[in-house]
Design a protein around this ligand. Sequence first.
Ligand code: C5P
Length: 232
Amino acid sequence: MGKDVIVACDFATAEQTYAFLDKFTDEKPFVKIGMELFYAEGPAIVRAIKARGHKIFLDLKLHDIPNTVKKAMAVLSGLDVDICNLHAAGGLDMMRGAVEGLTRPDGSRPLLIAVTQLTSIDQQRMENELLIARPLEEVVMQYAANAKAAGLDGVVCSPLEAGRVHETCGDGFLTVTPGIRFADGASGDQQRVTTPARAREIGSDYIVVGRPITAAEDPVAAYRRCVADFVG
Ligand code: C5P
C-alpha cells in the first residue's frame, strides 16, 4: 500500500456515514471507522462500506490480555478490513497474540498498527498519572520498537514524530498520522497539528483526516485538496 489519505468517518449512525460517502461520486476514499460508529452499528457497517468499494481502517484500539486480544483479532480478520490497531501499552505478548489471531490460514492478514501514546496524553499526565518518568518521545520510540519486534507493521503517531519513528524502526515501518489541518483551517481540540504537505515532507505514510474534510462546506473538494497536497 502506498501513501494515502484516510478519512475519519466519526459519525454516530450509518445513515450519516452513507450520506457523507454518497457525496463522493468519482473516488472511493480510504475510510476510518472508529469506536462510536462500530459500537452503534456493529460489523454490518464494516461489511457495507467495504461492499461500496472503500478500503477500511478499523480503529478499535484493542488492549486486553494476550489470549483475549488474539481471539478478538481473529474475529476482525474475518471482516476483511485493510488496517486495524491496538495499544502498544498492552505489551509484547499481547501484540504477538494479535498478529497470530489476525493471520488467516492462507498467511494473509490486515495491516496491524499500534497506538504508542495517545495524543491526549502529554508529558505531565504521563508522569503524574501513568507514573512513566521518561521523555514522551523516548516512550513513543520504545513502544514503536516493541511493536516492530512483535511483528506489527507500524504505528499511529503524531506527524511530527513520523521521521523519528522511521529512523528508529526503518522506512518500511508505517506511520499513520492524525492531527492534520490545512494552514488556513481551525485546529479544534488537536494540539500538535501539521498540514498535509508538511506531513508528506516529514514522511508520514498515511494521514488520517477527520473534521477538515467531514465538516468542510465542500467535503469532496477538501478531500481532493488533501490528496493533492499529501500524495501529489
Ligand atoms: O477531526 P480530526 O481530523 O481531528 O480527526 C482525527 C481522527 O484521528 C479522529 O478519529 C481521532 O479519534 C483520531 N486519532 C487522533 N489522535 C490519535 C489517535 C487517533 O486524533 N492519537
